[in-house]
Design a protein around this ligand. Structure first.
Ligand code: FMN
Length: 504
């Protein structure tokens, strides 16, 4: 199945939602952790120093520009991993729910983080895995295996220079349990939200970091000892620069056959997921794939633009990025109250700058465009808008109160109807796949997730609330058409003022 076929087949429509009899089998719910039965765990330093870097500075950073060597130690790694680790616990009858720094569809936490590194202060060279449940790491392979990633990425310069590379994977069943075939989209959305946190923390620690999607899949999966029928590598995040260069390639990577705790009693197979991943896989030639999409050459239409009015650096809230990540959650009810245009502008401006990703060339454009429904923003007429990144302005599309429509577009949920505004991230998938081949599908989806993850942090930094949401695919496109004709939704964020219990 090719990427566009997969996308088409997993669209939500009003009819598809109501025709799907899928129920949740709680007795067979997968555990949200990958636990190796026989590997020792090495605790990570738990006492972390706050970075002191304001969240909106870190979120907006295009990546550290610090020159010279910057080799992370285990304390840096701990601070970075904590941004996607457990941040909140909530007791419920029969157990405890553990929430993490990054939002995740269904709180099913199917994304794992591996660390492939040379010798670092406090951590010997190896292929390690982050154990979120007790904030530790375990070692799958000892020794420096970075060359495998350098080869797989066709010597991507950031990977080649990095003392450590994080590798994010998804374990399909852990999310497919609830979302069935559509979960392959979630692999990108949920890892994208994590990437937003990881990049922000790396920026706060002045560690160079990047998002690399151009790599041959099989050797990376082999290095992590994962079977892409069940779990597969999604993205490489090179961290830092310099230190001892990796040794020359050693013997072929052997299978490890490590035992892991069963995820659930049994797995239900959704072969469309692994097939979509296989169709977007690369056997090699990642260097050819690299490089951004050309910026649209056509002149944008004349319009009465509404210029952004964003906060300046000295007006930003001073709460540090680590603290904001720690208290981030998803807003469960919005109060239907106004936000200010400065807040809306700051969120747009601070979250849509350059992402240090191999699919975005410095001169090229991003893969997604933002469409907005404004319900309640001081000084802005309620209605729909397209965001003009280059002009830092909103282009009005239609005026009106669209709370009911927004709720319907979000599967009838109240959240998108009650928010102050919603951001829809749309991509021209034909253009993206035309430029990048099938692999481009992954890039467009993860870009939506990264931008959504940044918007979560920006909204919380401003004292507001936010939640990612699912959506009726074609209905959203139609709502924003003719402007959005031919584009597909990659992500939806609702942003507003949380409704507190006492205000109910
Ligand atoms: C891509 C995405 C889609 C989501 N869709 C919905 C949704 O449709 N409805 C909802 O109530 N929450 C939605 N959520 C929020 C998750 O349920 C929430 O992130 C998860 O329960 C973890 O809780 P936390 O964000 O408070 O840490 C979504 C989150 C993401 C990342």
């Amino acid at each position: 199945m090719k990427a566009l076929d997969y996308h088409q087949a997993t669209k939500h429509s009003w009819a598809s939602i109501h025709a799907n009899p899928h129920g949740l089998d709680y007795a067979n719910m997968p555990r949200p952790f990958k636990i190796y039965s026989d590997l020792e765990r090495r605790p990570l330093p738990a006492q972390l120093r706050e970075t002191g870097v304001p969240a909106l500075s870190a979120v907006a950073s295009p990546g550290s520009t610090a020159s010279g060597e910057r080799v992370p130690g285990v304390e840096d790694l701990a601070a970075i991993l904590a941004s996607v680790g457990i941040t909140r616990r909530r007791a419920y009858p029969g157990g405890e729910m553990q929430f993490r720094g990054a939002s995740c569809t269904g709180a099913l936490y199917h994304i794992e983080v591996y660390i492939v590194c040379g010798d670092l202060a406090g951590l010997p060279a190896g292929v390690h895995q982050f154990q979120a449940h007790d904030f530790s790491i375990c070692t799958l392979r000892s020794g420096d295996h970075r060359h495998a990633l350098i080869e797989a990425s066709d010597a991507n310069p950031e990977v080649a220079a990095a003392p450590a590379v994080l590798v994010l994977t998804s374990t399909w069943w852990r999310n497919a349990w609830k979302y069935q075939e559509r979960m392959y989209r979630h692999a990108w959305w949920d890892s994208g939200c994590m990437v937003a946190n990881l990049l922000a923390m790396a920026a706060a620690l002045e560690l160079p970091a990047a998002v690399v999607l151009g790599f041959a899949d099989a050797p990376v999966n082999r290095l992590l000892d994962v079977d892409p029928a069940h779990e597969a590598a999604l993205a490489l995040i090179p961290l830092g620069r310099g230190g001892a260069p990796p040794p020359a390639p050693g013997p072929a990577i052997a299978a490890l056959g490590l035992t892991t705790e069963p995820l659930s009693e049994h797995e239900v197979a959704y072969p469309e997921i692994a097939a979509a991943h296989a169709d977007t896989s690369l056997a090699g030639g990642a260097a050819v794939w690299r490089g951004g999409l050309e910026a649209a050459a056509h002149a944008p239409p004349e319009a009465n633009l509404v210029a952004l009015d964003a906060m300046t650096d000295d007006a930003l809230p001073q709460e540090s990025v680590d603290a904001v990540i720690h208290r981030r959650g998803s807003t469960r009810r919005f109060a239907r109250k106004e936000m200010s245009f400065v807040q809306l502008s700051t969120i747009l401006e601070r979250t849509t700058g350059a992402i240090p990703a191999d699919f975005i060339a410095p001169s090229g454009g991003p893969l997604t465009e933002l469409y907005i429904i404004v319900h309640a923003v001081d000084g802005v007429a309620p209605g729909s808008y397209a965001y003009r990144r280059n002009e830092r302005a909103l282009e009005p599309l239609r005026q009106g109160d669209f709370r009911r429509e927004a709720s319907a577009l979000g599967l009838g949920q109240e959240l998108p109807g009650d928010a102050s505004f919603n951001i829809y991230y749309l991509s021209d998938l034909d253009a993206v796949i035309g430029r990048f081949g099938e692999r481009g599908y992954r890039a467009a989806q993860i870009e939506g997730g990264i931008l959504g993850g940044k918007a979560y942090l920006a909204a919380y930094a401003l004292g507001c609330g936010a939640t990612g949401l699912t959506f009726l695919d074609d209905d959203v496109t139609e709502f924003f058409s003719p402007h959005a004709a031919g584009k597909s939704v990659m992500f939806l964020m609702a942003i507003g003022r949380p409704r507190r219990r006492e205000a109910d």
